[in-house]
Ligand binder design. Structure first.
Ligand code: SF4
Length: 273
């Protein structure tokens, strides 16, 4: 199978590498499409994923100034209606009045042989503080400890320190000026907030650099020993790690499964108004 030359890394590809090097290889080097249903019940999960993507698009459009009435009309399923209402309350409480809001912003910086790239749902800058917002449509509110360890939390904050000077009058943000907030559309009053420190930044950047070096020089990409990871992985038939998808109900404690329905900003298109 032909392998592609990889130039960029993202929180998703790094997370895949950490979770299973073979999954990283199949998805980003071999660019193998998704041969298996990731979790049952397939249709319901697919619908939830599509709604999650659509919700992100609605919020994007709102943040770039499309009138609320126009967007509200498009929130036309029970989930979308509920999420959109929750978002409007949150937005009125937390976003209204912020002087600088930067939706859909992409940052990148060199990382070893690669460029590390991240697309942010929203960065808000107020009184010298930068707040990273990320919207999640998970059906379960993850534990903060789980979120803190995810590469998204580490990449997004570290990259803002490393590549965000142009957002701060040419001065890099100090880690202590940065906070990341996950806002959950189904749990609107339980956001997860992560502040940042210089020590955490140093540790994160060091980890990311080591990961990039490891990926660049990996002699092979072995299958994970943790077979739990295979239950919801789209490559399990390919890897001969089972044919049937995991039941999502059984996976409720495994947020990795929920993350399968996470929205990668890269996948989101535009809405025509
Ligand atoms: S099925 Fe298992 S071993 Fe294969 S790519 Fe997925 S997680 Fe890795």
């Amino acid at each position: 199978m032909a392998s592609f030359q990889l130039n960029t890394l993202s929180q998703s590809s790094l997370q895949d590498y950490v979770d299973c090097a073979r999954r990283f290889q199949l998805r980003y080097l071999d660019r193998l499409s998704y041969p298996a249903v990731e979790a049952e019940p397939a249709l319901e999960n697919e619908k939830h994923q599509q709604e999650g993507e659509y919700f992100h698009r609605l919020v994007q459009q709102h943040l770039i100034g499309i009138p609320l009435e126009q967007i509200t009309k498009l929130a036309n399923t029970p989930n979308l209606q509920k999420w959109w209402e929750n978002f409007q309350s949150f937005s009125q409480k937390s976003l209204t009045g912020l002087t600088s809001q930067l939706p859909e912003i992409t940052l990148s910086a060199p990382l070893g042989n690669y460029r590390l790239l991240a697309k942010y749902d929203l960065i808000a800058i107020e009184n010298g503080k930068a707040i990273i917002y990320d919207w999640k449509t998970y059906r379960k509110r993850p534990r903060n400890e789980w979120l803190a360890a995810r590469l998204q939390t580490r990449v997004y904050r570290a990259l803002l320190v490393n590549a965000g000077a142009h957002l701060n009058n040419g001065q890099p943000f100090e880690p202590e000026q940065i906070e990341m907030i996950y806002w959950f559309a189904d749990f609107p009053d339980e956001p997860a907030r992560f502040e940042y420190t210089t020590a955490q930044y140093k540790r994160d950047w060091d980890t990311l650099t080591k990961l990039a070096d490891e990926i660049a020089s990996a002699p092979s990409y072995p299958l994970t020993d943790d077979r739990q990871k295979c239950a919801y992985c789209s490559y399990r038939s390919y890897c001969e790690r089972g044919i049937r998808a995991g039941e999502l109900d059984q996976a409720e404690t495994e947020m990795e499964a929920e993350e399968l329905f996470d929205v990668n900003f890269e996948q989101i298109g535009e809405i025509a108004f």
